[in-house]
Ligand binder design. Structure first.
Ligand code: HEC
Ligand code: HEC
Length: 240
């Protein structure tokens, strides 16, 4: 609350300084309330929970409230054994056949064994708020390309499709042996309309049965304007 007041004050000063009537500070998701001091492993898990976008579907600190199709983890999380949690993270969960519902990604080899252990420790610790473990911010007042670039990180796309959509992340059991890039000529020949790109982001791809890494369903998670922002960003990545 204090931080918010300071922000407002800073915004007012800025407005006064440049005589502008534009709104200031449109970053989403950087605020953090009280935090808990935890072990190094639990802290790692808290950061992984944001890096791999668990928080974007299960809510901040696993508190839910994002989509009725995605359970909160605070209470149920502790009931799962480490082995059960490992299987869920490696193999995904949900209705893979329903393209309008969110589907938990099949992470397979993308998240290392050590990182899965950290996530398990974090879930078993009850998903406390840990200082600095917040989702990457998204600026929504600088046009769709900036917003899309930041959504690409916040929603964890970058873990699978690589920085700048360059691809190269291994997916050994799939036909291509790697997760497709979102930047080369092949991609833009196949995905030659905005709608085709939006459809695959929203509805995922059902080739995903572990150990094949699958494209998650983001239906019900990403809004139409966020999908449009991602498309605007992806279209700036064309390399040929
Ligand atoms: C694209 C959205 C999405 C992302 C990202 C996501 N999940 Fe899930 N998760 C789901 C859905 C959907 C379900 C299960 C729905 C069901 O049971 O039908 C689920 C279920 C779970 C469950 C089982 C809970 C229960 O009550 O059955 C755990 C544990 C879990 N996720 C952990 C994680 C972790 C850890 C991450 C990050 C590595 C993660 N999830 C990322 C959507 C997501
Ligand atoms: C867990 C890994 C994973 C994550 C996270 C992920 N993707 Fe994917 N994505 C894939 C895989 C695997 C495919 C290929 C599916 C296929 O061939 O059927 C794919 C396919 C795509 C495609 C179609 C490209 C093609 O050549 O088939 C687009 C566009 C795309 N993803 C965008 C995104 C965006 C945007 C995000 C973040 C909101 C995202 N992906 C997050 C794994 C992932």
């Amino acid at each position: 609350m204090i931080r918010r007041l300071i922000l407002l004050a800073a915004g007012a000063l800025l407005l006064a300084a440049c005589g502008s009537t534009k709104t200031v500070t449109v970053t989403v998701g950087t605020q953090q309330g009280p935090t808990t001091k935890v072990s190094a492993l639990v802290a790692e898990g808290a950061h992984d929970f944001n890096q791999f976008a668990c928080a974007q579907c299960h809510g901040p600190n696993g508190g839910g409230g994002i989509s009725s199709g995605v359970p909160a983890l605070k209470i149920v999380g502790k009931a799962f054994t480490a082995a059960q949690l490992r299987t869920i993270i490696d193999h995904g969960l949900g209705e893979s056949a329903n393209p309008t519902a969110p589907y938990m990604p099949v992470w397979g080899l993308i998240i290392s064994a050590r990182q899965v252990s950290a996530l398990v420790a974090y879930v078993h610790a009850g998903l406390p708020a840990v200082a600095g473990a917040v989702p990457p911010p998204v600026q929504t007042d600088q046009g769709p390309v900036v917003e899309g670039a930041q959504l690409y990180v916040r929603y964890g796309c970058i873990n699978c499709h690589g920085p700048n959509g360059l691809g190269g992340v291994p997916n050994p059991q799939s036909a291509d042996k790697s997760i497709p890039p979102l930047s080369g000529a092949d991609f833009f020949n196949q995905f030659n309309t905005d709608q085709k790109i939006i459809d695959v982001i929203r509805s995922g791809s059902v080739i995903g049965k572990a150990p094949i890494v699958s494209m998650p369903h983001w239906g019900g998670i990403l809004s139409t304007s966020q999908l449009n922002a991602l498309v605007a960003y992806i279209k700036t990545l064309q390399t040929s």
